[in-house]
Design a protein around this ligand. Structure first.
Ligand SMILES: [Zn+2]
Ligand SMILES: [Zn+2]
Length: 361
């Protein structure tokens, strides 16, 4: 072999060794990072870090439409030491864990209505609640009429899995009594718009009617603690009852649909010969709220700030989120956020409002 060829061979061997070393080194660095990040994946890091007050934790800002960046609908509200969850869409329990709030800490899950995208993360949430704290009792789920039927169906669907979980880890770690969901339903009396569904330890939660027809019994929630308040619209078309319930609240979490982006989706579906999908994009305008109207509701209610969630259609490009903020600002003069999974809006008991992002794992 010529001398040049030998040099080339040596260089290639050296390069190969360096790359191999780099590969091993990269794995070591990742392992070290993993070790540092693990507590956030299994601990209660966020709840320990927050000041006393009311906090909205966005554990799912998506909708039924596919969106890799957003879990299904879920807003957790931390009130002092207590954790309440409003809706449990697909991926919500996992996202909540990654934010640093253990599902084992959940006091109650409240449902706004029984559309699939708001309940299809309930079973994983119940499993994680059970396993994280060796719960002795099922996860409590509270909602409108039909909630008990949903819970019974999920409990039946996961009954076989529950026997495996107990067999894997034993009854000490997975007490059979802690499996699944325990449902409680509420009814809003004829002639009334709202009902108190929780009142304990300084936390008051009120369910109020919204218009998500033809869905029966859809509600939003107002949560009050330490003089601070958060209102969650649930899924609704523009409704004066949301304005009444949100009057003077510190934060309104409202669903939003960008009608222009929705029209683009509708046109694309029709142009592709999928008129049935195009019709769905047309129908959803009747049971959701445009971003401009969400801003009007916030303005008329006189809320301190507005966080938009359940964003429709999906926003695969970061710049699209800004369309929602821009549209809401045309009708609402306060602070507005297009919520992302992992966002936290804090209302400390001492006053003020803070926005942070906590999804790092
Ligand atoms: Zn929905
Ligand atoms: Zn809905």
């Amino acid at each position: 072999m010529k001398r040049g060829g030998l040099v080339l061979l040596a260089v290639a061997a050296l390069l190969g060794a360096a790359l191999g070393a780099l590969f091993v080194f990269r794995a070591d660095v990742a392992t070290a990072l993993f070790q540092r990040m693990a507590p956030q994946g299994v601990g209660n890091v966020l709840t320990a870090r927050l000041p006393d007050g009311l906090h909205a934790v966005f554990c799912g800002t998506g909708s039924p439409m596919p969106d890799r960046r957003r879990a299904g609908p879920c807003t957790a509200v931390i009130a002092g030491e207590r954790v309440f969850v409003f809706d449990a869409g697909e991926g919500a329990a996992e996202t909540l864990s990654l934010i640093g709030v253990s599902p084992g800490r959940i006091d109650t899950v409240f449902l706004t209505h029984l559309h699939s995208d708001h309940i299809d993360g309930l079973a994983p949430m119940a499993l994680q609640h059970w396993g994280n704290v060796s719960a002795q009792a099922p996860l409590q789920v509270v909602g409108p009429t039909g909630t008990a039927r949903v819970a019974a169906g999920l409990n039946e669907g996961y009954a076989i899995d529950s026997t495996y979980r107990v067999a894997h880890h034993g009854e000490q770690i997975m007490p059979p009594s802690g499996f699944g969901l325990a449902a409680r339903e509420f009814v809003i009396a004829d002639g009334a718009d709202s009902v108190v569904v929780h009142d304990a330890d300084g936390v008051r939660i009120i369910a109020f009617q919204v218009n998500h027809a033809p869905v029966d019994g859809a509600v939003g929630y107002r949560i009050e603690y330490a003089g601070r308040s958060i209102v969650i619209s649930g899924d609704t078309s523009r409704d004066d009852r949301v304005i009444a319930a949100a009057r003077g609240a510190d934060l309104l979490v409202h669903e939003a649909i960008d009608t222009h982006l929705n029209q683009i989706m509708q046109n694309a579906a029709n142009a592709g010969g999928r008129e049935n999908v195009g019709q769905i994009f047309n129908d959803i305008l009747t049971y959701h709220t445009s971003t401009e109207d969400a801003g009007r509701v916030a303005q008329e209610a006189g809320v301190g700030a507005l966080a938009l969630t359940h964003l429709l259609p999906p926003t695969p490009l970061p710049g699209l989120d800004q369309r929602f903020v821009r549209a809401a600002r045309t009708t609402f003069s306060g602070p507005v956020w297009a919520a992302r999974d992992g966002d936290v809006v804090s209302l400390p008991a001492s006053g003020g409002i803070e926005h942070s992002h906590q999804l790092r794992f």
